[in-house]
Ligand binder design. Structure first.
Ligand SMILES: C[S@@+](CC[C@H](N)C(=O)[O-])C[C@H]1O[C@@H](n2cnc3c(N)ncnc32)[C@H](O)[C@@H]1O
Length: 164
């Protein structure tokens, strides 16, 4: 498989999983968290898909397309190792949807990052809330759920909190 094909699979899977997560969490009222702004493509898609929701974006350095740059009040700037624990104090366990795309090209580094971040992300999710990640996560109390049919296995992962 070429890198182009892998990239396309990732993009298709991100869109399919975000749309699926939005449908699964439509009755929840808590905020949506985007972890990793990057170019802002997935933030833009989430904003288009969920225009009525409060969306907060975690990023250490904003370098997004101007059309896809969050408002200042939506930005939580800094390293997620510090901003995620602070977000638990600010928002409590109420996030309806969390999308994470924080990794780079080094798969081993991405996996270590996912292992370190899992316990920081897990307590933020509301009961019934859904987490979508480009990397496999390591949660103790979230259930891995099936991907939508349009997504490609291994390019995205989805998790839900079934009970508090
Ligand atoms: C792959 S990009 C996200 C791409 C985005 N989903 C899009 O559609 O354009 C990953 C982003 O995560 C951010 N990031 C990586 N590690 C981080 C950390 N420890 N704290 C905060 N942001 C981080 C990077 O700065 C980068 O902008």
């Amino acid at each position: 498989m070429s890198r182009l094909e892998t990239f396309i699979d990732r993009m298709v899977s991100q869109r399919a999983c975000i749309d699926h997560a939005a449908a699964l969490t439509q009755t929840l009222t808590g905020p949506v968290f985007e972890l990793g702004l990057g170019n802002g493509r997935t933030f833009h898609h989430i904003r288009e898909t969920l225009p009525e929701r409060d969306i907060f974006v975690f990023e250490r350095a904003v370098a997004s397309n101007p059309d896809s740059t969050p408002e200042d009040h939506q930005l939580i700037l800094g390293d997620v190792h510090e901003t995620l624990p602070a977000a638990l104090n600010r928002f409590g366990p109420n996030a309806a949807l969390i999308h994470a795309d924080l990794g780079g090209h080094n798969l081993a580094k991405n996996d270590a990052f996912a292992r370190a971040l899992s316990p920081l992300i897990e307590p933020l999710l509301a009961v019934g809330g859904v987490m979508v990640s480009s990397d496999r996560m390591y949660f103790d109390n979230l259930t891995e759920i099936a991907l939508p049919s349009e997504a490609v296995a291994g390019r995205c992962f989805m998790y839900r909190r079934d009970k508090s």
